[in-house]
Ligand binder design. Structure first.
Ligand SMILES: Nc1ncnc2c1ncn2[C@@H]1O[C@H](COP(=O)(O)OP(=O)(O)OP(=O)(O)O)[C@@H](O)[C@H]1O
Ligand SMILES: [Mg+2]
Length: 508
């Protein structure tokens, strides 16, 4: 349109040169001084002359003025629209670094799963207008696959369809939002190795009030998945990240320790958790350290997992021998553990002994012993901190590491004692409460095949197993709880008794 306007105007009719009005001449003979001092008309400037005389120029100037006015109008329009948008719309940005990011995606996935349940006729725009669905069907999806491994070796895959990069629409409490998921192919999150992503929610200003409850709902939904479960966090760079899906809690009773050990540790930790105020009032750092030591397969890791589940805590697992872990990083990570988490440092001795042993092949752990001590003490941390350390070689530990304040409770978890082996046996083969012994004594599964034994028979056989283990112990031969467990899994109740003695071996 502007292009059409900037065309040169049609040529104006030629004006004869003599038609230009002449300046009135002074009458002859009149003295110049006698004339009244009439103001002389201002001499038109060269530019004025051109403008007045040249129709091309005057038309151009008009057009230019129009152009400027239109441009100004357009800019004002744009500014007005931006201002209106600013006043009427709100946007919320979430980056993939933020904790709400996966929660929100999961929430969206749950909404679209719900939307897929309504009849197809109610799914589209009409359905949304009629309030039948709270999300418009999306054509840009991404898949998140969870593989669940069963104990018998088989596995199930669950496919979670989440909104993929692109634009999506949903409503929450009657407010419609647009969601844009954008992936930056150039920026990477170096810790997780995933591309940097941003979610932008846009809604009307009035929707601002529902945003907090939307995020709360997303968080509650995400946490529902981990209720009754234990999340295991591992260090990802300088952050703690959940390692795999939350795991089902392990029953405390499933880890069979020597008489009274489990109860002692549990009582201590519960007392510690109940005394936060007491510590604060006395200005004592609110932390507690535990050291579990003993031979491999005695249940150290399993017990800590079960204990964490029992007190409703998660676990932050840290491997001190990890390459690239420095004193600074360790200190930083221990100061940043997620709420309600137990810090678990496994094999604390190996981080320092292995360095000496394998320095020839270039292995170097960069955590120093003093770095570990500093990290354990923390910088005057008043935050609650529970640290569990495990080792197979308590004798190799430096006294500085296990002094009170760093380690407040030490417990040995040893190879099986007779009484422990007996309890493990009855746990394995005994009938569950309310369950009858199965009729079928011919089942191919050794565990089921054995179950036609009565409770009395089971406890008599358990006693026998205990005696075998105690006798072997007296001769200096031991068996770990892990190898007893493996043996019981493989054999039936009766046959397993005979094989126990062969499992007991003298330790070097
Ligand atoms: N006391 C126990 N009661 C029941 N099961 C046990 C016990 N000890 C070990 N197990 C079983 O043995 C396996 C290994 O146990 P776990 O990993 O807890 O041993 P650990 O003491 O941490 O060994 P390591 O010192 O090698 O780390 C687990 O499957 C666990 O179920
Ligand atoms: Mg272990």
């Amino acid at each position: 349109m502007l292009g059409a306007m900037s065309k040169p105007p049609p040529p104006a009719p030629a004006v004869p040169a003599d038609a230009v009005p002449a300046v009135p001449a002074v009458p002859d003979g009149a003295a110049v001084s006698d004339m009244p001092a009439a103001p002389l008309p201002a001499e038109p400037s060269f530019l004025d002359k051109i403008m007045e005389q040249n129709p091309y120029f005057s038309a151009g100037a008009g057009l230019m003025g129009l152009g400027v006015a239109l441009t100004a109008l357009r800019t004002a329009g744009k500014l007005g629209a931006t201002a209106a948008r600013r006043r009427m719309l709100i946007t919320l940005e979430m980056t993939s670094k933020d904790k709400s990011y996966p929660w929100f995606l999961e929430w969206m996935a749950a909404q679209s799963a719900h939307a897929r349940e309504v009849p197809p006729s109610d799914r589209g725009l009409l359905g949304a207008l009629r309030g039948r669905v709270t999300q418009l069907p999306s054509h840009e999806l991404a898949v998140e696959t969870n593989v669940k491994q069963h104990e018998n070796g088989s596995s199930d895959a669950v496919f979670n369809l989440v909104p993929g990069p692109g634009t999506h629409y949903f409503s929450y409490m009657g407010h419609w939002f647009q969601v844009r998921r954008e992936r930056d192919s150039k920026l990477m999150d170096l810790h997780s190795g995933t591309p940097w992503e941003t979610l932008t929610l846009t809604g009307l200003s009035s929707s601002r009030t529902v945003l907090p409850s939307l995020l709360d709902e997303a968080r509650a939904l995400a946490e529902r998945g981990s209720v009754g479960k234990t999340v295991v966090y591992t260090a990802w760079g300088v952050d703690w990240r959940p390692f795999g899906k939350p795991r089902s809690r392990r029953e405390m009773g499933s880890v069979v320790l020597a008489e009274g050990v489990a109860e002692r540790i549990e009582r201590d930790i519960r007392a510690f958790l109940a005394r936060g105020k007491w510590y604060a009032e006395r200005g004592i750092p609110y932390r507690r350290g535990y050291m579990l030591y003993g031979p491999p397969g005695s249940g150290k890791t399993s017990f800590i997992q079960a204990l964490a589940g029992s007190i409703g805590y998660n676990i932050c697992l840290m491997n001190l021998a990890e390459r690239g872990l420095t004193d600074d990083k360790l200190n930083h990570l221990l100061g940043l553990v997620p709420d309600r988490s137990i810090i678990l440092l496994e094999d604390v001795d190996s981080a320092f002994t292995r360095r000496v042993q394998t320095s020839e092949d270039g292995y170097k752990s960069s955590v120093t012993f003093s770095g570990l001590l500093n990290a354990l003490d923390g910088v005057a941390s008043s935050e609650e901190r529970i640290i569990f350390m495990t080792t197979n070689h308590a004798e190799r530990l430096d006294p500085a590491l296990i002094r009170p304040g760093r380690v407040d409770m030490k417990e040995v978890l040893d190879d099986a004692h007779g009484e422990q082996a007996c309890r493990l046996y009855t746990k394995f083969y005994g009938h569950r409460v309310g369950e009858n012994a199965p009729e079928d004594g011919q089942s191919p599964d050794p565990l089921l095949r054995s179950e036609h034994l009565s409770e009395d028979e089971i406890s008599a056989l358990g006693k026998q197993v205990g005696e075998v283990v105690d006798r072997a112990r007296a001769e200096g031969r031991n068996v770990s709880m892990a190898s007893l467990q493996g043996h019981f899994i493989r054999s039936g109740a009766r046959e397993s008794v005979a094989g126990v003695d062969a499992l007991c071996v003298a330790r070097a």
